[in-house]
Design a protein around this ligand. Structure first.
Ligand SMILES: [Fe+2]
Length: 300
């Protein structure tokens, strides 16, 4: 989708001023353009996310290079690799692993729900680089570290202090891919416990307007749903406040459901995950801990 012309100067250019009610102005006011990690003002990015719950970084990842990776993912896509995944199997996400996920249950031994329909292609940095996304994941993970104030190479290549980068692609298929509005708990638990803040980060593989036309990622600001992907391009990095209500609006819900191709809307994630013991109990413990700590009213 083409950016609409901006009619008003962004009102939130000065920290502390009112957040613009025009979505394009809002996005532009929290956009940082840079071609290297050294060119970014991380404190301003943190401040933008604190103030508006959103920031965009353009130029760190090359749009054309990521488009080529997307084409490679699409060409090599094989639906027969879709698996079901018991989340207690914590080793699966440390390998190249493709799962198709539909359902409401979230975590183990809790009543928390998180209705969603998406495919996840786990592609950790220490597994084979089957999509050509290794560099993009590594740059985004280093950006994440800078934003969190961690050493630049922390958990980028392997496991550090029990953490690893769970590099993966989330694909919301044409014909109804979605995630209901929610606030993050699991990834926040990991980062907040480590006093890393509540910033969540991803980069876009697709563009609304060419890869899909309706739906996509949003955050809710002042009870207004901001579909920020109306204004993002492939390769843009989006940072949001995991405490803010956010989700993925139904992707092209009136088109036929297409699970045979890598269709719809997709994005790359580099969340820090704890490397849990493989016995399944660690995952259940983390689930309970997350709910007790962050959603006490929704305990099990
Ligand atoms: Fe989330």
């Amino acid at each position: 989708m083409e950016d609409r012309p901006s009619y008003a100067k962004a009102s939130s250019a000065v920290p502390g001023t009112t957040i613009s009610t025009n979505d394009l102005d809002l996005i532009e006011s929290v956009t940082h353009v840079a071609s290297s990690l050294d060119d970014l003002d991380y404190e301003r990015i943190r401040e933008d996310v604190r103030r508006t719950s959103l920031a965009r970084v353009r130029g760190l990842l090359d749009r054309q290079a990521i488009r080529e990776c997307l084409a490679r993912v699409q060409e090599g896509f094989d639906r027969s690799k879709d698996r079901k995944h018991d989340p207690r199997d914590t080793e699966a996400v440390r390998t190249n692993f493709q799962k198709l996920q539909i359902g409401a249950k979230s975590g183990a031994d809790t009543r928390r729900t998180l209705g969603r329909f998406l495919r996840i292609l786990y592609n950790p940095i220490f597994a084979d680089d089957i999509y050509g996304l290794r560099e993009a994941f590594a740059i985004t993970a280093r950006f994440r570290n800078r934003l969190y104030g961690l050493p630049e190479d922390f958990a980028v290549e392997g496991t550090d202090n029990g953490f690893f980068t769970c590099a993966r692609i989330h694909q919301y298929p044409q014909g109804g891919g979605f995630m209901v509005p929610h606030r993050d708990i699991f990834s926040r638990l990991v980062t907040e416990k480590s006093e890393l803040g509540y910033f969540q980060i991803f980069f876009l593989l697709t563009e609304k307007g060419s890869d899909y036309t309706e739906g996509g990622g949003y955050v809710e600001i002042d009870e207004r749903r901001v579909l920020f992907e109306d204004y993002t391009l492939t390769g843009d990095i989006v940072i949001y406040d995991g405490r803010t209500m956010h989700g993925v609006a139904d992707v092209d819900p009136l088109l036929p459901l297409d699970l045979d191709h890598f269709s719809g809307r997709s994005a790359g994630f580099v969340s820090l995950f704890r490397h849990l013991a493989a016995d399944g109990n660690s995952y259940a413990k983390l689930s309970r801990e997350a709910v007790e700590r962050l959603l006490p009213a929704e305990g099990h």
